[in-house]
Design a protein around this ligand. Structure first.
Ligand code: COA
Length: 188
């Protein structure tokens, strides 16, 4: 399903045939000036992945998946302007860091809007679609991690209704860097 915003962006889940554009958007995101704050992966690591990696991602996080959905926004000129991926985490499992997952929840990752498309509400449209998908999967909340110095992203997340949970983690890339967990509770 595709949602079209008032300013003409088409927001939809990715499809298997999109894999080259999925790759290009990710590599462009990893060259953003604040990619070192925004993403745990480096450009060099991502660029080294074989085509099969991106093909698997386009399928595994595509419109047919029940465990992850990557949503992209296509601008009227055809540019892929931004993306958010929502992973579904099951109660009783452990997350990628080994911490217990206590409830069924969405986890937003890979949040990126190209600089020339920022500040125009696109991130709101991407999250509206991503969060709606999480609610459809019976998630009780959606969480994400944001670097303590990434103040622009934090401002956007607060506007979208996310609030800090108090959980602060240091990922292994840089143990002095704190990532704050922000959570959006499912409306009653
Ligand atoms: C994070 C991101 C997706 C947000 O999208 P965006 O279009 O830039 O967000 P918006 O402009 O709608 O909202 C940002 C808010 O922060 C404000 N802002 C801008 N620069 C800021 C700064 N340096 N510090 C604090 N707030 C700032 C904006 O005025 C806006 O405020 P508002 O809510 O009152 O309108 C986008 O900036 C991006 O892709 N950044 C690089 C990648 C990234 O950081 N991803 C997130 C990883 S957790």
């Amino acid at each position: 399903m595709t949602a079209v915003t008032e300013n003409g962006y088409a927001v939809r889940a990715i499809r298997p045939e999109d894999w080259e554009r999925v790759k290009q958007l990710r590599l462009d995101a990893l060259r953003d000036p604040i990619a070192h704050l925004a993403f745990l992966e480096t450009y060099e690591n991502a660029a080294g992945n074989p085509d099969s990696f991106w093909q698997d991602r386009a399928t595994g996080s595509g419109e047919g998946s029940t465990t992850a959905h990557q949503f992209i926004a296509e601008a009227p000129d055809g540019t892929w302007a931004g993306s958010v991926t929502v992973l579904l985490e099951e109660a009783g499992t452990r997350d990628w860091a080994g911490n217990a997952v206590e409830r069924r929840q969405g986890h937003a990752v890979g949040v990126f809007v190209r600089p020339e498309h920022r500040g125009n509400g696109l991130i709101d449209a991407l999250f509206a679609t991503g969060v709606a998908w999480a609610w459809e999967q019976d998630a009780t909340c959606v969480r994400l991690f944001v670097h303590e110095e990434n103040t622009r992203a934090q401002t956007a997340y607060r506007r979208l209704g996310f609030a800090p949970s108090g959980l602060v983690v240091s990922f292994s890339k840089d143990e002095t860097a704190n990532e704050l967990e922000f959570v959006l509770e499912r409306p009653a």
